[in-house]
Ligand binder design. Structure first.
Ligand code: PGA
Length: 254
């Protein structure tokens, strides 16, 4: 029997919003969540660091969870401008996104660094959302599966299991472009990731581990993506910035 995996709808706010936007968005989602009996999905929002405290207040008691977009690999110390996983857990974060392609590009993060950050998140008692994904050039060259397998192997932290780690497949060419992966493209990569996970963490954990799709997911395309056998949720950027769209995606999971 196929493992039952709870759909995770995760909002990656990136570098967007001011206090008033965050308050409205987080409390709008909290309100909807409170009214939903036994939601078929887990909902997560990942605001920019300075808005985490405010968002934590706005979602308290609602069931909406809080996450961060990055953390440092080391526990504490002289790292100006960085934020430790321990502090993020302390202020209420349940997850940390690591290895997003924008961080891999903007900050030249390597698989090794991503793995260390994911490990720090796990050590702090949070879940790691480990992002991988190929570029358009890599896809065109027929290398999509090879690239994703390599990133997965290099970025997965030791001690990863289905409870503490989520994989996000985000084709770089689909992020923020409106060019969403077709269901066939998404399923092909998700299935290959799950197969690769068998070798890395064993068949039981691989069957239980959630693999999110990310890249131009919208209310209009969410249902067909979330219905795919190996797609267990979404990591959503643009459409996570307003209540109607983000809730519309979550509703497609029900
Ligand atoms: P997008 O971003 O939904 O705006 O394409 C997804 C992501 O980068 O996590």
């Amino acid at each position: 029997m196929a493992a039952k995996r709870k759909i995770l709808i995760a909002g990656n706010w990136k570098m967007n919003g001011l206090k008033k936007d965050a308050r409205a968005l987080a409390s709008g989602l909290a309100k909807k969540m409170k009214k939903t009996e036994r939601p078929a999905f887990e909902m997560l929002i990942c605001p920019p660091f300075p808005l985490l405290g405010l968002a934590a207040d706005a979602i308290r008691g609602s069931g909406v969870k809080l996450g961060a977009q990055d953390c440092h690999a080391i526990e504490r110390g002289a790292h100006t401008g960085d934020t430790s996983a321990g502090l993020l857990a302390n202020i209420g974060c349940k997850y940390v996104i690591v290895g997003h392609s924008e961080r891999r590009t903007d900050h030249e993060e390597t698989d090794k660094q991503v793995r260390a950050k994911a490990g720090a998140a796990l050590n702090a008692g949070m879940g790691a959302i480990v992002c991988i994904g190929e570029t358009w050039a890599e896809r065109k060259a027929g290398k999509a599966l090879v690239v994703n397998r390599k990133q997965l192997k290099g970025s997965l932290p030791s001690g990863a299991n289905a409870k503490n780690t989520v994989i996000a497949y985000e084709p770089v060419w689909a992020i923020g472009t409106g060019q969403v992966a077709t269901p066939a493209q998404a399923q092909e990569v998700h299935a290959a990731i799950r197969k690769a996970l068998i070798k890395l963490i064993g068949a039981d954990e691989a069957a239980k581990m959630r693999i999110l799709y990310g890249g131009s997911m919208k209310p209009g395309n969410a249902a067909e993506l979330l219905a795919l056998p190996d797609v267990d949720g979404g990591l959503i950027g643009g459409a996570s910035l307003n209540v109607v769209d983000f809730w519309g995606i979550a509703a497609a999971a029900s």
